[in-house]
Design a protein. Structure first.
Length: 396
């Protein structure tokens, strides 16, 4: 695995919450797969059992039926995302499909009864649940009556329940898709609210930090201005006070900004899971830090959190792995007790002559500042990185 990374080691950006993935090929396949039930009508048309004019009219009727079905589902899948269509649009499309299914099956034979499966599927995908639960059995009943009128019941019983079952399954799929969309939108709303709350907290903290200092600087500046002509020594003292207050305000702001940027293990574990999943890598990442780790000093937790981010970034960018495992555990050694992070992948591993990049160099320096270490392991398949920081004895 190529270990060289840029100095900036931010995790890859995950898809924004609330944004629907644009998996157009999957959606096209999802629409086209149902056309398998057209094998019976198409086989009937090419069998040559009908007169030429009946074959032509049957072909036109079948094309019209498929056009209505495809346009209806294209509007649902690509336009509305399985949300309820306007009642007039839904009923017109269903009425057209139902009429064509009845006409073609009554005139051309029982092999055309498969069209009622599409009518039931369309009803399950477009109508509200309370109406679909009546429309789907109604379509099934009409299909059964037409089938009994044209053929023997024993030849029909194998397919009589298809519209009922597949239409009901479509109702479930539609509800699942809508629930997923609502959850995605709720997630986006929560993320937006969290961002707004963070901005408000930052504004409040900066006001608390700088409000008093800036007011004092303004007051002393005005006082120094009034003293300057007659009392330059006292004015100089006020200027010195202004410098002292401004320097302290600068220190406060830097400490506040550092606190906002401090990396934590729970946040980086969640970010690692998101980044790996977004890259198509199976992520075996703990949901939270283990309870038996004790109290980790903030500076040591931050160093290990940055190491986790760097390691996951390397996996995503360079490893070509299909699976990545992250472990965090308390480790007792002869040198003391350590908090050990292990990041292992099943990718292509390290090159024959690995070169230490800026990211790994920065990781090692950051860990060394708190007494920690980083040890790459290339002996097994893939690549493994072990980073550890010492735990204080009184926090165990």
């Amino acid at each position: 695995m190529n270990e060289e990374t840029p100095a900036r080691t931010d995790a890859p950006e995950a898809p924004a919450p609330g944004r629907r993935p644009r998996n157009i090929p999957t959606k096209v396949v999802g629409i086209a797969v149902w056309l398998i039930f057209l094998s019976d009508p198409v086989g009937d048309l090419v069998s040559g059992t009908h007169l030429p004019w009946a074959t032509v009219l049957g072909t036109l009727g079948l094309l019209a039926f498929v056009a209505v079905y495809v346009s209806l589902f294209a509007k649902l899948v690509f336009g509305q995302g399985f949300r309820t269509l306007p009642p007039r649009t839904a009923w017109c499309a269903l009425g057209a499909q139902f009429a064509l299914a009845c006409l073609l099956s009554l005139t051309l034979g029982d092999r055309w009864l498969a069209l009622f499966v599409y009518v039931a599927v369309s009803a399950g995908a477009t109508l509200p649940v309370r109406r679909a639960r009546w429309a789907i059995p109604g379509v099934t009943l009409v299909m059964v009556l037409i089938g009994v009128a044209r053929s023997d019941w024993h030849e029909l019983e194998a397919t009589a329940l298809l519209p009922l079952m597949i239409g009901g399954a479509m109702v479930g799929v539609r509800q699942l898709v809508r629930t997923t969309q609502e959850l995605r939108e709720a997630r986006a709303t929560v993320a937006q609210l969290a961002a707004n709350e963070e901005r408000l907290r930052l504004a409040r903290d900066l006001h608390d930090l700088l409000g008093h200092s800036l007011s004092l600087i303004t007051l002393k500046s005005e006082l120094a201005g009034r003293m300057l002509p007659a009392h330059p020594e006292q004015a100089a003292q006020q200027v010195a006070d202004i410098e002292k207050v401004s320097r302290q305000a600068l220190v406060d702001v830097r400490e506040a900004v550092t606190g906002y940027r401090r990396a934590t293990l729970p946040a980086e574990l969640a970010g690692a899971r998101t980044a790996l999943t977004a890259a198509g890598i199976a992520a075996d990442v703990p949901a939270e830090t283990p309870d038996d780790l004790g109290d980790v000093p903030p500076e040591r937790e931050e160093a290990l959190a940055w190491a986790l981010r760097e390691a996951v970034t390397n996996v995503v960018r360079h490893s070509g792995a299909r699976r990545c495992t992250v472990r965090l555990r308390r480790n007792q050694t002869l040198d003391g007790v350590f908090l050990e992070l292990t990041v292992a992948d099943d990718g292509r591993g390290a090159p024959a002559a690995p070169r230490r990049g800026n990211g790994l160099t920065g990781m090692g320096e950051r860990l060394a500042e708190v007494g920690g270490t980083a040890e790459p392991d290339t002996t097994g398949p893939g690549f493994t990185l072990r980073a550890r920081v010492p735990l204080p004895s009184d926090g165990l």
